[in-house]
Every structure is written in C-alpha cells, then in structure tokens.
Design a binder for this molecule. Structure first.
Ligand code: SAM
Ligand code: GLN
Length: 284
C-alpha cells in the first residue's frame, strides 16, 4: 500500500469528495474520529506518515463516504447538544435544528413543570438532552420503532439519563398507561412524499423513511397527536413541535380552527426558517 502523510490523505479525500459533490469537511470529521486527534493535532502532524491500521480503516470508511453514506452512520455516533449519541440506520441522525428545539424547550420550561414526554424519540436525542439539562423532570419518550427504542435505551444508559421509553404509535403508550404530562415535545416525521424528489441521496438512501415522511402533506402525525392531546396533557400544558419550514402558517391555522390553545407562536431557526410551533393547551 502507498505511504501517505496526513496532508496527502486529506487532500486526496477533499478532491474525491468535491468531485462527488459532497462537503469536504466530511474528510476531517472521519479522520478525527478514527485517530481520536483534534483538527489542530492533525494539522501539527501533517507531514507524518499515517500509521497503516489508521490508513486501512480510513480508506475503507472513505469508500462508504464516497457512495454518500452519512459520516455519522459510518462512525456510529452523532454529536447532539454537546453529547455523543450512538446512531445507526434505524434512527434519524439528530439535526442541529433539533438542538434549537431542545434550547427553546428549556427556555420555556418553568419550575412547576414536572412530567415531559418526547414523541418519536428516535436516538433519544431530545428526551435524553432534556433530562440531562433538567434532572428534576420525569421524562418519557415514545417511538413506533422497536429498533429506535432499543438504540435510545442504549444512549440513555451510556449517558446516565433516567428516561422511560415506551414503544407505540403517537400518544397511545401514554393513553394506555394513563400517563399525564405537562410538557409535550416532538420532532415527528414531517416531510411530504412530494418533497422526496428534492432531497439529497445522503438522506434518502440511508435514513429511515419512517422517521422522515408523513402523509397529508407531512402533517399527519401532528394531527394525530392533536386529536388525542386532551387525554395526555394537563390543562395549560406546553406543547412544542419541530416543523418543516413551509408548515408554520398551515399548522397554525389548523390548530386555531380546531382547538382551544393560548400563546401560540411560530419560532424561526438560526437560518430564519420557521422551525417550531409552540402553544399552551387549553381544551378539556
Ligand atoms: N426525535 C428524534 C430526533 O429529533 O432526532 C427523531 C425524530 S424522527 C424525525 C421521527 C421519529 O418518529 C422516528 O424515530 C420514527 O420512528 C418515529 N415515528 C414515526 N411515526 C411515528 C408514530 N406514528 N408514532 C410514534 N413515533 C413515530
Ligand atoms: N429535518 C429533517 C430533514 O430535513 C427531517 C426531520 C423530520 O422529518 N422531522 O431531513
């Protein structure tokens, strides 16, 4: 096998990624993960030969990266809200926008809030982060996918977070167990089937479609949750949903037409896209 120094290996990989239309930062990300070195440490060792076992692993991971596989699935983890979460193809890679949902939820919580549930927890990213930041809360999390629940449980154990995970569709596990919450958060699947054609192969070919797509222009899971909220949330309880950037006004109008809520607000993400909707539930 050819000898490479770190700089040559990175340069060649940047070129390979660019030629395939991918961001070159993926090359650094993977090298940092495999070597355990920071970007600065790698730069300081640019002229050193890459040890053979590292090179072999990098080149085999690189093949997968060149085919479009997300680096988080290759490495087996994703960073979220300052922590590392195990991920595989059974769960969505948690997104930076969803870190904003966690931040917004923490901003909105008051000292009286006691019981929170995250619907469609995937890797457990939202529920576990909230429990770590607010250990006094009782946190539940649900998902329709048994494989996702199993990854989320591993993450909770690894990160030492006490979260109760429940398998089942939308609010059904809470209804069955007669659990009432005062905060409900969710990043459900919200992409419409029509949007598929505009999506990148890195998402479409690798991430679970169960986590991405929903019928009814992507609104089906919100509507399902709303139709059962009375059974699981206390009066005045806080609801925060992540939403698709085109769904804010439509969902707002739907909620105001069908339900009695207060303080409804659409919140933008860092890119100035509508990204969350929050309100207090006043029905019942
Ligand atoms: N909460 C994680 C995050 O923000 O990274 C994952 C969000 S992912 C967009 C949506 C999750 O909802 C997936 O894990 C999927 O399995 C789950 N899901 C899809 N349909 C569901 C349903 N009807 N009831 C409960 N969970 C559902
Ligand atoms: N924001 C994700 C994406 O664009 C989708 C997450 C979701 O459907 N909730 O791929």
């Amino acid at each position: 096998m050819d000898n490479y120094n770190f700089q040559q290996l990175l340069k060649e990989t940047y070129d390979g990624l660019s030629a395939r239309g991918f961001e070159t930062s993926r090359a650094d990300w993977l090298l940092e993960d495999i070597t355990g070195m920071s970007r600065t440490e790698i730069a300081l060792n640019f002229r050193e030969n890459v040890p053979e076992h590292i090179l072999n692993q990098y080149l085999s991971y690189r093949e997968r990266m060149y085919k479009g596989e997300p680096v988080q699935y290759i490495a087996g983890f994703a960073e979220f809200y300052g922590r590392k979460f195990k991920v595989n193809r059974d769960v969505l890679i948690p997104r930076p926008e969803t870190e904003e949902l966690v931040y917004q939820t923490l901003e909105m919580l008051n000292s009286k809030n006691k019981i929170l549930c995250d619907i469609g927890t995937g890797s457990g990213a939202i529920a576990i982060s909230l429990k770590k930041e607010r250990p006094d809360l009782s946190v539940f999390a649900t998902d329709i996918s048994a494989c996702a629940i199993s990854i989320a449980k591993e993450n909770a154990e690894m990160l030492d977070a006490q979260v109760e995970f429940l398998l089942g569709e939308t609010l059904k596990p809470l209804i069955d167990k007669k659990i009432k919450v005062d905060v409900l958060v969710s990043n459900p699947p919200y992409i419409s089937y029509e949007e598929q054609k505009e999506m990148s192969g890195t998402v479409l070919d690798y991430e679970p479609h169960l986590a991405l797509f929903a019928p009814d222009d992507g609104l089906a899971i919100y509507k399902d949750i709303l139709s059962n909220l009375d059974k699981v949330i206390t009066k005045g309880g806080l609801v925060i949903f992540e939403i698709g950037h085109l769904q804010g006004d439509i969902l707002k109008a739907y909620i105001l037409e069908h339900y009695n809520v207060e303080n409804l607000k659409i919140i933008k993400d860092i890119n100035q896209n509508n990204r969350m909707i929050q309100f207090n539930w006043m029905n019942q």
